[in-house]
Structure formats: structure tokens, C-alpha cells
Design a protein around this ligand. Structure first.
Ligand SMILES: CC(C)(COP(=O)(O)OP(=O)(O)OC[C@H]1O[C@@H](n2cnc3c(N)ncnc32)[C@H](O)[C@@H]1OP(=O)(O)O)[C@@H](O)C(=O)NCCC(=O)NCCS
Length: 152
């Protein structure tokens, strides 16, 4: 079947936006070693609220690893990685009462998001005793009227 243009739903004009994805996989044991060897690492990588969420869990480092994967995945979706003046804590994962992870941006990462017209950042996390993985989706507004929610 030939490739079709992005759809317009029920007569509504399609939003002019760009969708980018990022993914990351973290070795839980490696993060545990890093945290054990560097007393300041937890504060450098995770916000107070993230640490508090994970403290309450039976397998704390597994949850921390998923959060680290989420930060990497979000930055990959931005196409930057951790750039100048950005801190790991500028990307914070906050769970809703039902457990769904949401993303809060701060500092240099939030500034970059504003510059790029980012309107939505979504993540999904999964973790086992050995590995933690996150997928991120970033939606940005674009001026190009020929683009309708496409991945570029
Ligand atoms: C929520 C659920 C899907 C998690 O799956 P799991 O295989 O047990 O565990 P995974 O390692 O794959 O995923 C765990 C992560 O799922 C995410 N999660 C939890 N609840 C969630 C929800 N309601 N929606 C989306 N993601 C959720 C969290 O990020 C969690 O990691 P965290 O606690 O470190 O933040 C599972 O516990 C479940 O089936 N619950 C009952 C049904 C349900 O509420 N489903 C919600 C999805 S619609």
C-alpha cells in the first residue's frame, strides 16, 4: 500500500507539530555500584522527590535506574543529550496517584524545551532486577504548515 499523507481527523485541521522519540536501557547493578562509590551521585542524578519515591520501594535501585533511563530517553528525544548547564535533575519523573510516570522539566532543560516549542513530554518505564528501560515521546510545535504530527 502506498504511503499516505498524515491524516486529518473528522474535518479538523491537523496540528502542526513534530514528534520525536528517545529510548534508554540501564544496567541496575552498574547504577548501584556507581551510587555506592560516589556519595554525592544520588543528589546529582535524582531530585529529592524522586529519591523519596524510590526509598519507599522494596527494590529501590531498580526504580532509580528506570528514572535515570527516563532522563536519558527524554534528552535523546530532544536530540541534545546532557548539554551545557543542563543538570540531570532538570528532568524529573513524578508518578500520578495511579502510578503513571509524568515528566517535569526545570532549569536549562526547561529553557531548551521552551525554545524548541515543546508542548508535551511523555515517558513509559519498565524494570526488572537486572535492567531498567524507558521510552520518551516529545511533541513540539512547528511553523511548517506542511508538517502534521510527523516524525522528522
Ligand atoms: C502498572 C503495571 C502495568 C506495571 O507493570 P509491571 O509489569 O508490574 O512493572 P513494569 O516494571 O513493567 O512497570 C513499572 C512501571 O510502570 C509504570 N506505571 C505504574 N502504573 C502505571 C499506570 N497506571 N500507567 C502507566 N504506567 C504505570 C511506573 O512507571 C512503574 O515504575 P515506577 O514505579 O518505577 O515509576 C502493572 O502493575 C499492572 O498491570 N497494574 C494493574 C493494571 C493497571 O493499572 N494498568 C495501568 C496501565 S493502563
Amino acid at each position: 500500500m502506498p504511503r499516505q499523507s498524515p491524516p486529518e481527523f473528522a474535518g479538523r485541521p491537523a496540528a502542526h507539530c513534530r514528534v520525536r522519540v528517545g529510548v534508554d536501557l540501564v544496567d541496575v547493578e552498574r547504577l548501584e555500584r556507581l551510587l555506592g562509590a560516589n556519595p554525592g551521585a544520588a543528589d546529582e542524578l535524582f531530585t529529592v522527590a524522586e529519591q523519596a519515591y524510590c526509598e519507599g520501594k522494596r527494590r529501590r535501585v531498580e526504580h532509580l535506574a528506570a528514572r535515570f533511563a527516563a532522563k536519558e530517553a527524554v534528552l535523546k528525544a530532544f536530540g541534545t543529550g546532557l548539554g551545557q548547564r543542563m543538570r540531570w535533575t532538570d528532568v524529573e519523573i513524578v508518578n500520578t496517584p495511579l502510578g503513571r510516570p509524568t515528566v517535569r522539566l526545570d532549569g536549562a532543560v526547561a529553557a531548551r524545551a521552551r525554545e524548541r516549542g515543546v508542548s508535551e513530554v511523555e515517558v513509559s518505564l519498565t524494570h526488572t532486577a537486572g535492567l531498567a528501560m524507558a521510552q520518551a515521546v516529545v511533541v513540539s510545535r512547528t511553523e511548517r504548515r506542511d508538517q502534521a504530527c510527523v516524525s522528522t
